[in-house]
Write a protein that binds this ligand. Structure first.
Ligand SMILES: Nc1ncnc2c1ncn2[C@@H]1O[C@H](COP(=O)(O)OP(=O)(O)OP(=O)(O)O)[C@@H](O)[C@H]1O
Ligand SMILES: [Mg+2]
Length: 377
């Protein structure tokens, strides 16, 4: 029987992208996740709601994962996980304990038939069906940059920094507290709502004018934000709306702002890869959906190439940064890649099967030498 027929006859595999802030869940070969839900768990023992990745011991993480996945299967997807195949989108540099515990829960508690772990950057790029790009994932806890060349991740050029959604929330909170807003109004969900509805990335010219000029440019109009739970109104100043995202662009001696991160990552690749990478940048992750980010990044990086001697001496020829248009929304691009991958025969050939897992109760890892020795050595 041809392999695609056997794939089609089976129950569709489940695709999970468990992010720090949001989990995307659904089935393979579908165009969007069935649900995007906060990565929070209501503990069956105490009824307390907490973030999934707030844990002290591995056992605590295990129990939280059981409760969390139980909600996913029986409340949102309404399917039994038993004997089902899974695709899990993971961070290549994520903690080993997470994938090991997730595998333990899936195989031993839920009795699933196989799990295919796919790396977030590579799988996000697969949605475009192109082999080469610098993939920038702006999530909640961090921003990471991974160049992919001819379908291979350049691990040595991986870069990450702590600015993501949570850092922006902290900056909004700081500015609002300075403006005299009461702390108890500023919950995570209010901060997120203010960020998504009112804030944007300003232009390169205006940011330069703000840094260099004595007289800063006229700020955009402020907005009144209604907090319905508390019957209160927060005035969001125009300056805040325009400046909170500047933490991603702040110049520093370490060259760790977002434009520098991307440029340094490309520089860590060999000379012949650089032009192709400059001309193919892909922004993914919910944080990249903010207005104005792409054009600001392009202008900043183009400016650095021309004006910063560190880069001018290392990049050669006329280079023009180009960005891919993502397919679907950026916050679930990686999930979509997983859903596409799960609909191919990779799920048969590359998955970790239950029988294999049960032999050693260990998930093979690219960074573990024991898993990567040529056979026989
Ligand atoms: N339209 C938008 N504009 C700005 N920010 C947005 C928008 N939509 C989502 N976000 C932000 O994106 C972040 C979530 O992105 P994403 O789902 O990629 O993170 P995650 O996968 O949970 O986190 P991580 O990848 O760090 O584990 C949140 O901080 C959210 O506020
Ligand atoms: Mg993510």
């Amino acid at each position: 029987m041809p392999i695609y027929e056997s794939v089609m006859q089976e129950k569709p595999p489940i695709v999970l992208d468990i992010g720090t802030a949001y989990t995307k869940l659904g089935f393979t070969a579908e165009a969007s996740p069935r649900k995007i839900m906060p990565t929070e768990v209501v503990l069956t023992t105490t009824g307390i709601r907490k973030r999934l990745f707030d844990y002290d011991t591995t056992e605590e993480l295990h129990d939280q994962l059981v409760d969390f996945l139980q909600t996913i299967f029986f409340k949102h997807l309404l399917v039994s996980p038993k004997e089902r195949k899974f695709v899990v989108v993971e961070n290549v540099f994520g903690p080993t304990v997470l994938r090991e515990t997730l595998a333990r829960v899936l195989f031993l508690h839920f009795d699933v038939s196989s799990v295919l772990f796919v790396p977030v950057h590579l799988i996000a790029l697969s949605t475009l069906a192109v082999p080469t790009a610098v993939v920038v994932d702006i999530g909640y806890s961090e921003t990471s940059v991974m160049p992919v060349y001819s379908g291979v991740q350049i691990m040595s050029a991986f870069k990450d920094q702590s600015y993501g959604g949570s850092a922006i929330h902290a900056e909004i909170r700081r500015q609002l507290l300075e403006a005299g807003i009461k702390d108890d109004l500023l919950t995570e969900s209010v901060l997120e709502d203010i960020k998504v509805r009112t804030c944007f990335v300003t232009t390169f010219e205006r940011s330069q004018a703000r840094i260099k000029d004595q007289a800063p440019p006229t700020p955009p109009p402020g907005v009144d934000y209604i907090v319905s739970d508390h019957d209160a109104v927060i005035h969001v100043p125009g300056t805040l709306r325009e400046t909170v995202y500047e933490i991603m662009f702040e110049p520093s001696n370490e060259r760790d702002s977002l434009p520098h991160l991307i440029l340094r990552s490309i520089l860590d690749c060999t000379l012949d890869m650089r032009r192709a990478l400059v001309e193919s940048v892909l922004l993914v992750g919910g944080g990249s959906m903010v207005q104005g980010l792409q054009s600001r990044l392009r202008d900043e990086m183009q400016h650095l190439l021309a004006e910063d001697s560190f880069y001018a001496n290392r990049f050669h020829g006329q280079l023009q940064f180009k960005f891919f248009n993502p397919i679907g929304k950026q916050n679930f691009t990686a999930w979509l890649g997983g859903a596409l991958c799960g609909a191919t025969d990779l799920i048969q050939t590359r998955s970790l099967a239950k029988e294999t897992y049960l032999k050693s109760e260990h998930v093979p890892d690219w960074s573990n030498l024991c898993d990567n020795r040529p056979t026989g050595s």
